[in-house]
Design a protein. Structure first.
Length: 708
């Protein structure tokens, strides 16, 4: 028998004919409504030849390949028992014992689960696969110990075969304030593995590992991509060997001995999120963005425009210092005022007080009430920064409960702080009660939930589960409160945390030059309304680089927009510009936060082109940014992918913080004339000539269908 899952242009065909572990016959473009006979023929015809010097039967790579089936590549499942145990055995002979699907039709649908058993190893494995309506393939394993003694689990990650033509890899790395650096390489023989032992993805997270046809880009190429929807340690890999198909996998990295199952105990892996695209990286976003938008925790639209106090005042908090900022925020149209780090008991700098989540009586002698009232009177919501998973040695929490601190007493500090062991019920309760009390006593619409250090302990499974439980508990108690996930910027960007929060802070840098890249990378999986995007001061605090208003505003326009700049010191002209930008963002955010994000492949890598097109294809906004010097005297015409080919658009430039600077006065005539009219098909193919933008400048264009 075979099972065919189909959705949104994707087919997944599973060979589950016999008692063997199911294998993937096809994961790729939709093959249409194949009849039972065709599926059976495919299964038979897909059996490979037997090469010399190999096992004597055709190698059949299953979704849980192990040594027992002749697979000598990286295994999906690694379990062990004590050598003294009579049942000491690795899983080698899993056999299918049952199958369930979500429909009455056992061979089609969108979900299937298999139960497999290995009697000798005394384990049971459940394999869940789901093809979402958007064509995202999720899979996970649950390992249960059916033996009489403990079972160690070192790895349980489904392994997905991909076609040999997927010969080029793309994943990411980075560092603080410089997240999301793409790395391309050829998929050579061996394992290309990216492992995080940060207890979070880390600033250098691989994020999403794509294997595609050589040269794949934003718009073109076939891609098979995987991501681990998990906020702890992860392992992501691609493997190529002479054995047969190449493979991809993404899941939880377990430390030795981290998961030991008692008799009857189970371990469920996080979801491996796998996405196929025939239209480059845009095709990945086309599946993941609508899927994420369908989640129950997805943020309410419209996203409020934020002002965050961090880069405006840092730890210099007081009512007097913040009143002018509240007023300035109100005047430019801000809708949510967020009080960042520095408000709680003893927190005069970043060296103390984490864990003591009550309001500091010196900084805020009358509590936060007066500030919150002011913010509300100004028509804004109030948000508050917290870092619930942490504690400082210099805090009452750590002094009174050293047993709540994760790791040994001599372990290194990081940003002068330690991690709270949330698996200690009293520690998790302490944090819950403190946050619950704050949310009860004040009208707080939003928490910026930070996580500023690596865990630096072996294994992060239980801590990550405890974090999820804490967020879930808090959300259940305060369902109206939104949470932003931050981890020194983008050190914890994954679909596990994303399913529990409404916004992320992709980076601590507000430098638009860095942000252009960071948003492009994070935006492959995360829809723009999740990506906090703040306009900072003219000179970026993280890089000391200067950027013109138009470049800063254009870069922050598309995301969950905000301001992180001491507006109370800005000139009247600057404030007016900010106000104009806020109004433009509000006018466009309905489109920006529901439409389809598209990026263009450009001949000149200095030219970064991306846009959002609404569902009807009648309205779009594009940004053309120069992130370096142009390669030639004239930049190539800009193509606009994703438009409706037969619709004629009126294209006009928007005033986003003033006109961008050009290196020649003469704009192309269409721009000088105030706009152009062109069909979507032509805009996508031939494109439009652009002005000679100077480096670090951006032009924002709005495209509207002309009513015929
Ligand atoms: C982290 C965050 C910043 C800010 C500071 C406060 O670095 O990423 O945005 O909130 O903490 O300490």
């Amino acid at each position: 028998m075979t099972t065919h899952l189909r959705a949104a242009g994707v087919s997944v065909i599973l060979d589950d004919r016999g008692a063997e572990v199911p294998s993937l016959l096809h994961w790729g473009r939709d093959l249409g409504p194949l009849g039972e006979q065709s599926l059976a023929q495919l299964a038979v015809a897909s059996v490979p030849a037997v090469p010399p010097s190999s096992i004597d039967s055709p190698l059949r790579l299953s979704l849980i390949p192990t040594i027992g089936e002749g697979w000598t590549g990286r295994p999906a499942l690694s379990v062990w028992r004590s050598p003294a145990s009579p049942a000491a055995a690795h899983a080698r002979a899993l056999r299918l014992t049952s199958r369930t699907t979500d429909t009455a039709q056992p061979r089609s649908g969108t979900e299937v689960s298999y139960l497999l058993g290995d009697a000798a190893a005394a384990i049971e494995v459940r394999l869940d696969l789901e093809l979402t309506p958007q064509g995202v393939l999720r899979s996970r394993l649950t390992v249960t110990n059916t033996g009489d003694d403990d079972l160690g689990v070192d790895a349980a990650i489904p392994v997905l075969p991909i076609p040999q033509r997927a010969g080029e890899l793309l994943d990411f790395s980075g560092l603080w304030a410089r997240e999301g650096r793409p790395i391309r390489r050829t998929l050579e023989h061996g394992v290309h593995a990216r492992e995080s032992r940060h207890g979070r993805g880390g600033h250098d997270s691989a994020f999403v590992l794509s294997a595609g046809t050589p040269g794949f880009g934003w718009e073109t190429g076939e891609i098979w991509a995987v991501h681990a929807a998990w906020s702890g340690d992860t392992s992501v890999w691609a493997e190529r060997s002479s054995l047969g198909p190449s493979t991809l996998a993404a899941g939880e990295l377990l430390a030795p001995g981290e998961v030991i199952l008692p008799p009857g105990g189970s371990y469920t892996s996080p979801w491996t999120v796998a996405v196929y695209s025939r239209d480059g990286l845009n095709g990945i976003s086309d599946r993941v963005h609508p899927w994420v938008r369908s989640w129950s925790a997805a943020p309410a639209i419209p996203r409020p425009v934020v002002l965050n106090t961090w880069e405006a005042v840092y730890f210099r908090q007081s009512l007097a210092a913040l009143v002018p900022l509240v007023e300035a925020a109100r005047d430019v149209g801000v809708e949510r005022f967020v009080l960042d780090d520095g408000w709680f008991r003893g927190r005069s700098d970043d060296r103390r007080a984490l864990g003591d989540w009550t309001v500091d009586a010196t900084t805020w002698p009358d509590g936060l009430g007066p500030l919150i009232d002011l913010v509300h009177e100004a028509g804004m919501q109030f948000g508050l920064w917290v870092e619930p998973e942490m504690t400082s040695a210099d805090s009452d929490a750590a002094r009174e409960h050293p047993e709540w601190v994760l790791g040994g007493p001599d372990d290194p500090e990081w940003r002068f702080q330690r991690v709270l062991d949330l698996t200690v019920p009293d520690a998790a309760d302490h944090v819950f009660r403190a946050l619950d009390a704050l949310l009860d006593s004040y009208d707080i619409a939003y928490l910026k939930w930070d996580h500023n250090r690596d865990l630096l302990v072996a294994g992060s499974h239980d801590q990550t589960e405890a974090l999820y439980a804490l967020i879930d508990r808090l959300r259940a108690a305060h369902p109206g409160v939104e949470i932003e996930s931050c981890a020194s910027g983008g050190a914890r960007l994954d679909l596990g945390i994303l399913s529990r929060v409404q916004r992320v802070w992709p980076s601590d840098t507000n430098d638009p030059l860095e942000r252009q890249r960071i948003v492009a990378s994070a935006g492959i999986l995360l829809p723009p309304e999740y990506l906090g995007a703040h306009v900072g001061a003219e000179r970026a605090h993280t890089t000391a680089r200067h950027a013109d208003a138009s470049f800063r505003f254009a870069t922050a326009l598309f995301g969950s927009a905000g301001i992180e700049w001491d507006l109370s010191r800005a000139t009247p002209a600057e404030r007016e510009q900010v106000g104009g930008w806020v109004s433009e963002h509000k006018r466009l955010r309905g489109l920006l936060h529901s439409g389809r994000t598209v990026r263009a492949d450009t001949a000149d890598p200095a030219q970064v082109v991306h846009g959002v097109v609404d569902e009807s294809g009648h309205h779009a906004v594009f940004s053309i940014a120069m992130v370096g010097s142009a390669a030639g005297a004239l930049p190539p015409p800009v193509r606009f992918p994703g438009l409706a080919p037969d619709v004629v658009y009126e294209i006009r430039a928007l005033d986003i913080g003033g006109a961008p600077v050009t290196i020649a006065d003469q704009a192309p005539p269409w721009l000088a004339a105030g706009g152009a009219r062109l069909a979507g098909g032509l805009l996508a193919e031939t494109g439009l000539p652009m002005p000679l933008l100077a480096p670090e400048q951006a032009l924002v264009l709005e495209l509207r269908a002309i009513d015929s």
